[in-house]
Ligand binder design. Structure first.
Ligand code: GAR
Length: 212
């Protein structure tokens, strides 16, 4: 049985990548296989996590390339080389333009640490999302997995999970709780849900009646 070939795009610590690696080991992800990790920074700890799990890595740094176009074409090169079916942005902090997202319609997903449409779009990334949620005073926040199009955090929603804000939360404590209670759960579940569909299509079982 062919599996969905997955690339994970990262920039930092890679705890969401780790959740995906662990989910693959435990069998939560069974229709997909992480084939490649692409980091926008060569210092990302996510690269160590990938290497420890025996996953191939590539570094494509926006800073080292002259233009956004060159950056995106480098990513495309490696994605195509590995015959990737599904691109997962897991803490990937670089913007991808319409030129890139149009090449992979419904094949790129992202995890965002709030309940979209709150605290999302340009400027809302990482710890800033949780700072904004605490500044506003919301009592519930959470995480969202969504398809990626040219609008930052604007693609169709796949899965969401709510997380309670507690009195005395700091951006750091809230970020940690959102990761533990929401991100590390809904990202693997979303990846398996989509991988199952892609794998069925690859194996020609899409739409066929299951044998009993
Ligand atoms: C995660 O909270 C992820 O949702 C967020 O950055 C963190 C990366 O952590 N992503 C964004 O804000 C994207 N707009 P990780 O590297 O430990 O997975």
């Amino acid at each position: 049985m062919l599996k969905t070939r997955i690339a994970v795009l990262v920039s930092g610590g890679g705890t969401n990548l780790q959740a995906l690696i662990d989910a693959q080991k435990s069998g939560i992800i069974k229709n997909g296989e992480i084939k490649l990790v692409v980091s926008s920074s060569q210092n990302a700890f996510a690269l160590t996590r990938a290497k420890d799990a025996g996953v191939d890595t590539a570094v494509v740094s926006r800073k080292d390339l002259q233009t956004q176009q060159a950056f995106e074409s480098e990513i495309k090169k490696v994605i195509d080389e590995y015959k990737i079916d599904l691109i997962v942005m897991a803490g990937f902090m670089s913007i991808l333009t319409k030129d890139f997202t149009d090449m992979y319609p419904d094949r790129i997903i992202n995890i965002h640490p709030s309940l979209i449409p709150s605290f999302c779009g340009k400027g809302y990334y990482g710890i800033h999302v949780h700072e904004a949620a605490l500044d506003y005073g919301v009592k519930v926040t959470g995480a969202t997995v969504h398809f990626v199009n040219e609008i930052p955090d604007g693609g169709r929603i796949i899965m969401q999970k709510a997380v309670q804000v507690r009195d005395g939360d700091t951006p750091q404590s809230l970020q940690r709780r959102v990761m533990e209670e929401a991100e590390w759960k809904i990202l693997p579940l979303s990846v398996e849900m989509i991988s199952e569909k892609f794998a069925a299509a690859k194996n020609g079982t899409d739409g066929m009646l299951q044998e009993r």
